[in-house]
Design a binder for this molecule. Sequence first.
Ligand SMILES: CC(C)=CCC/C(C)=C/CC/C(C)=C/CC/C(C)=C/[C@@H]1[C@@H](COP(=O)(O)OP(=O)(O)O)[C@]1(C)CC/C=C(\C)CC/C=C(\C)CCC=C(C)C
Ligand SMILES: Nc1ncnc2c1ncn2[C@@H]1O[C@H](COP(=O)(O)OP(=O)(O)OP(=O)(O)O)[C@@H](O)[C@H]1O
Ligand SMILES: [Mn+2]
Length: 299
Amino acid sequence: MRTLASLEDSYELCRQVTAEYAKTFYLGTQLMPEAKRRAIWAIYVWCRRTDELVDGPMAATTTEETLDRWEEHLEALFAGHPRDDVDVAMVDTLGRFPLDIQPFRDMIAGQRMDLYRNRYQTFEELELYCYRVAGTVGLMSTAVMGVAPPVITPWNPNPEIIIPNQEAIALGIANQLTNILRDVGEDARRGRIYLPLDDLALFNYTEEDLFKGIVDDRWQELMRFEIQRARKFYAEAERGISILSEDIRWPVWAALVLYRQILDEIERNEYDVFSKRAYVPKWRKMMALPVALLRAKVL
Ligand SMILES: CC(C)=CCC/C(C)=C/CC/C(C)=C/CC/C(C)=C/[C@@H]1[C@@H](COP(=O)(O)OP(=O)(O)O)[C@]1(C)CC/C=C(\C)CC/C=C(\C)CCC=C(C)C
Ligand SMILES: Nc1ncnc2c1ncn2[C@@H]1O[C@H](COP(=O)(O)OP(=O)(O)OP(=O)(O)O)[C@@H](O)[C@H]1O
Ligand SMILES: [Mn+2]
């Protein structure tokens, strides 16, 4: 048996992976207190590894059995048994925060959907997919970030603790919808359509049009419709932030505002998501940080 990385080295590895793969979320985590952000990095790495199984360079060799084994690996983590270097930080994180295994299992179920599905008929079907691959991240993150202590008053000495799980899921779904809208072209080139076929039909736009990358009035109307729906999920998420622990409101606002800017960028590109990738320039990201701080303080 090989010796595994030390706890410090393991968290450092997680930090590096997060910094390299997720510029936006990493920026958000840099605004968090140390103990929480280390845990978020560990969770990020687990999520990234899960996603890579069906989305990464080895995806072609991934089968149901691969995901079964990954689920066993997950059980081992929750039983306190790390198997590789980055697991060490994850096991430590599981010991420090009240994380539930179900969202992790649900995310694997979401990756399974990617194995056998490349179309969604209705928004309800897509929403389930979005919950599984991204809403779950909201639940995991909230367990780490925590909620503000409830206010104890003489007339309400035992206030109930509210956990904004629905709002956390909403932010995950909003992010995933944003990701889907940004990557329509890239996904089409892999034969995948995440936009509900019912929505395409509603605007008289066909799969064939999509594969050709046609940007016309029908497409622009369809995209406006989808962007509006994503923004509703962001709005729901916003309402949950003031319930969260004070020390992470700024990072969460930042993550929300930064990711939502991708939608503005798509609009700026006049909904052409086929020939360019909506990209938020660094200076625009930086300008969003004080805005997020202000919102964290006053909302
Ligand atoms: C700032 C913060 C707390 C971030 C959480 C970081 C974290 C653990 C992220 C994991 C992301 C991940 C690798 C998920 C696997 C599935 C996947 C790829 C989902 C998509 C992410 C987009 O990433 P990216 O742009 O890199 O995509 P590409 O692979 O590059 O195409 C998702 C769109 C999902 C991301 C979802 C979230 C970060 C959930 C956010 C929700 C909260 C932090 C809850 C906040 C609480 C309330 C009450 C609002
Ligand atoms: N070192 C890497 N090796 C392999 N894939 C990578 C690497 N870095 C990023 N990627 C992948 O390349 C794609 C594009 O990454 P890009 O840097 O544009 O976005 P990002 O860093 O995730 O920022 P954002 O959080 O704003 O999406 C992503 O799907 C990401 O998973
Ligand atoms: Mn990315």
